[in-house]
Design a protein around this ligand. Structure first.
Ligand code: GTP
Ligand code: MG
Length: 136
C-alpha cells in the first residue's frame, strides 16, 4: 500500500473542520492515520515544501496564509491513498470542486482550500521527509 502527506491548512483548523476532514479520510475502507501533529510551520519548511511555486505571484500570499495559524500534519496509509486523498479533496479551486469533495463542500477561495495532499509517489516520499524527518 501507499503513504501520503496531508496538511489541514490554517483555515481548516480555525474553522473547526479538523474532525470532519479526518473523519472522511478515516472512513475510507482500509485507510489509517499513522502520524498526526498540530504544529506551526516556518518559512524554511514552506519554501522546501512549495519549492515548485517559489517566485509565482501567489507564492508570498500562500506562505503568509500557511503561517497564519497552526496546521495539522498527518500521514495516511492505505490502498491508493495518494490518488485517493486528492480525489476526496477535489480540485485546487474550491468553486470548481464538486460538492461532496472537501474543497467543494467547505471552500470558496483558491488560497484557502483547506487541505494539502501529496500529488504523486515522488512528492509523497519527498514531503513525508520534510514533515516527519527521521520517521520516513
Ligand atoms: P496543494 O495540495 O496545497 O499542493 O494544492 P494543489 O496541489 O491542488 O495546488 P498547487 O500545488 O498547484 O498549489 C499549492 C497551493 O497554492 C494551492 O493549494 C493553493 O492554496 C495555492 N494556489 C495554487 N494556485 C493558485 C492560484 O492561482 N492563486 C492563488 N491565490 N493560490 C493558488
Ligand atoms: Mg500541490
Amino acid at each position: 500500500s501507499q503513504r501520503t502527506l496531508v496538511l489541514l491548512k490554517p483555515d481548516a483548523v480555525r474553522r473547526g473542520l479538523v474532525g470532519e476532514v479526518i473523519g472522511r479520510i478515516e472512513r475510507k475502507a482500509g485507510w489509517s492515520v499513522t502520524a498526526l501533529e498540530l504544529r506551526e510551520l516556518d518559512r524554511g519548511t514552506l519554501e522546501t515544501h512549495y519549492a515548485e511555486h517559489v517566485g509565482k505571484p501567489f507564492y508570498e500570499p500562500l506562505v503568509a496564509f500557511m503561517l497564519s495559524g497552526p496546521v495539522v500534519a498527518l500521514v495516511v496509509e492505505g490502498e491508493r491513498v495518494i490518488e485517493g486523498v486528492r480525489t476526496l479533496a477535489g480540485p485546487t479551486d474550491p468553486i470548481a470542486a464538486a460538492p461532496g469533495s472537501i474543497r467543494g463542500d467547505f471552500g470558496t477561495i483558491v488560497r484557502e482550500n483547506l487541505i494539502h495532499a501529496s500529488d504523486s509517489e515522488d512528492s509523497a516520499e519527498r514531503e513525508l521527509k520534510i514533515f516527519f524527518p527521521g520517521r520516513f
